[in-house]
Design a protein around this ligand. Structure first.
Ligand SMILES: Nc1nc2c(ncn2[C@@H]2O[C@H](COP(=O)(O)OP(=O)(O)OP(=O)(O)O)[C@@H](O)[C@H]2O)c(=O)[nH]1
Ligand SMILES: [Mg+2]
Length: 253
């Protein structure tokens, strides 16, 4: 991954006006040749208006305005489709609340030389979480345990949105197969990319609790994520069963 001109950085936002301007500045400082896009869901706090002004000043910056809050996953899906349309080499995603440290971007790019998907990871050796209460740590661990065990995704941090995806891999995704539109999209896309034979790498990060603004995660999102994991686990079991049946038939014939 040599050409940073060919990188799109995407930030999904809902009410991130207290975080976004400084974060966009920092990302641009770290990757001056990359394009940055914000996918904003008509945030009532003026995030979209700030983006309009920024886009008028900076050619490397753009914003997709959506009419209402449609979920993190659907925003990431739009970002992935934009990366394909713009024919960039890779898409980098990160949360817009400063939880994902932009100073790790060079290591993420470096790891992409030998991987199709790179994760900024809290749970690989060297990764750390700062400022999260115990219940958030436990919920995150539980989701990751379920994703590893039920979906077999060979990644230690399946729910981190700090990622790099190579566009050549994204082009092979069958978008109609993906149903999650909320936070569970993070696990679902990894599951689909794993089925496509993706090579994964993880880079340790120090994840810090959001700098400002309010969390968008709620009980409905967590319940929705559990349902998605359950549905994907059944799908995976049926794939394994069909593969074993086919192997059996081959042995007999
Ligand atoms: N466009 C869009 N962005 C969203 C939506 N929900 C969350 N986001 C963004 O997704 C990123 C992650 O959301 P967070 O609220 O930080 O979720 P979290 O990191 O699990 O929880 P906290 O950090 O505790 O708030 C942030 O940049 C949010 O602004 C949504 O419905 N639409
Ligand atoms: Mg956050």
């Amino acid at each position: 991954m040599a050409q940073t001109e060919s990188i799109l950085v995407a930030l999904a936002t809902y009410n991130e006006i207290d975080n976004l301007p400084s974060l966009v500045g920092e990302v641009h400082l770290r990757l001056p040749h990359a394009s940055v896009v914000v996918i904003d869901d008509n945030s009532p706090d003026g995030t979209g208006q700030w983006c309009e002004k920024k886009a008028a000043q900076a050619s490397w910056f753009s914003c997709i305005h959506r009419p209402r809050k449609m979920g993190l996953g659907s925003a990431l899906r739009d970002a992935m489709q934009l990366a394909i349309e713009r024919e960039v080499e890779a898409l980098i995603t990160l949360d817009a609340d400063w939880s994902h440290p932009p100073d790790v971007l060079p290591q993420i790019l470096d790891a992409a030389r030998h991987a199709d998907v790179v994760i900024g990871s809290r749970y690989c050796p060297g990764g750390k979480i700062e400022g999260w209460p115990l219940h958030r740590r436990m919920a995150s661990r539980a989701i990751n345990f379920a994703a590893n065990w039920l979906l077999g995704v060979p990644v230690q941090d399946c729910s981190s949105n700090y990622r790099l995806y190579t566009t050549s891999l994204l082009k092979r995704v069958k978008w109609d197969d993906i149903h999650a539109s909320g936070y569970a999209y993070l696990e679902e896309i990894l599951f689909r990319l794993d089925l496509l034979g993706a090579r994964f790498a993880e880079v340790p990060i120090l994840f810090s609790n959001r700098q400002a603004g309010e969390s968008k995660i709620n009980a409905a999102e967590i319940f929705g994520a559990a349902l998605v994991l359950f549905r994907l686990a059944i799908h995976r079991a049926s794939l394994i069963f069909r593969r074993e049946e086919a192997a059996d038939r081959n042995v007999r014939s």
